[in-house]
Ligand binder design. Structure first.
Ligand code: URA
Length: 234
């Protein structure tokens, strides 16, 4: 059993203070009856409505973050600011973590969730969930780079990458699609081709597409449809 304000806040749509205001305004019902106080407790299976609209008091929370430059993809770090610091306090205490890492200087789509099983499945090397990045390098990318990516780049340490997509958009700019997620993978793939990455932005993660309405540093809850699509690729 959880407090109603906590159940509402766990959706990521309202803070606990906002949830308390909704309750005070008589706008929340639980299994059809108006909720009278923010301290009332319910099981997570309760049917909640706000202003007559169903609200899923989900066990897990899923957020899409537009990661900005300069933050580390971790839940805590002794020296650096983490992506979790972008969330309000009530969302910093529900066990969210980034599903997969982006480098400190990489920007773009990051999924934050406390659904460990789903995150684990999405990152499993067996699943080959595609990720697409916008990449800019110093100098130019050419047809040979495209071919090398398609065939599997061999990194400086001898690791042979899975075939990857490289679609040139301009002289030094491309869309790169990876089916795996090794440490600094794109930077190391480009380095193996003698090119230095100067900008890297993740645009997609499996079925999820970065919402361009989100500026760097902004986040929003995933829609029900996005969560379903992610579950389908488990
Ligand atoms: N490849 C990289 O080199 N860095 C990232 O952050 C993601 C993919």
């Amino acid at each position: 059993m959880d407090r109603i304000d906590k159940l509402l806040a766990s959706t990521g749509r309202w803070s606990r203070r906002e949830a308390a205001e909704l309750i005070r305004g008589g706008r929340v019902t639980a299994d059809g009856a108006v909720v009278l106080g923010q301290e009332e407790k319910f099981p997570s299976t309760v049917q909640l409505q706000v202003d007559g609209e169903p609200v899923l008091a989900e066990k897990y929370t899923y957020l899409m973050l537009h990661k900005p430059d300069g933050l580390v993809s971790a839940t805590e770090d002794p020296r650096e600011k983490t992506v979790l610091s972008l969330l309000p306090g009530y969302l910093q205490r529900i066990g969210l973590f980034p599903s997969g890492r982006l480098d400190k200087d990489t920007v773009g789509l990051l999924l934050l969730t406390n659904d460990g099983a789903l995150a684990h499945a999405l990152l499993s090397p067996k699943r080959h969930v595609d990720k697409t990045y916008l990449v800019r390098v110093e100098g130019e990318l050419d047809g040979e780079d495209e071919r090398a990516f398609r065939e599997g780049v061999i990194l400086a340490d001898g690791y042979e990458c899975l075939p990857a997509g490289l679609e040139r958009l301009g002289p030094g700019e491309a869309l790169v699609t990876l089916r795996e997620g090794k440490y600094h993978q794109i930077k190391r793939m480009c380095a193996a081709r003698g090119k230095r990455v100067v900008f890297l932005k993740r645009l997609t993660f499996g079925p999820l597409v970065l919402d361009e309405a989100l500026s760097p540093g902004q986040w929003r809850p995933l829609t029900g449809r996005e969560i379903e699509d992610l579950r389908r690729c488990q």
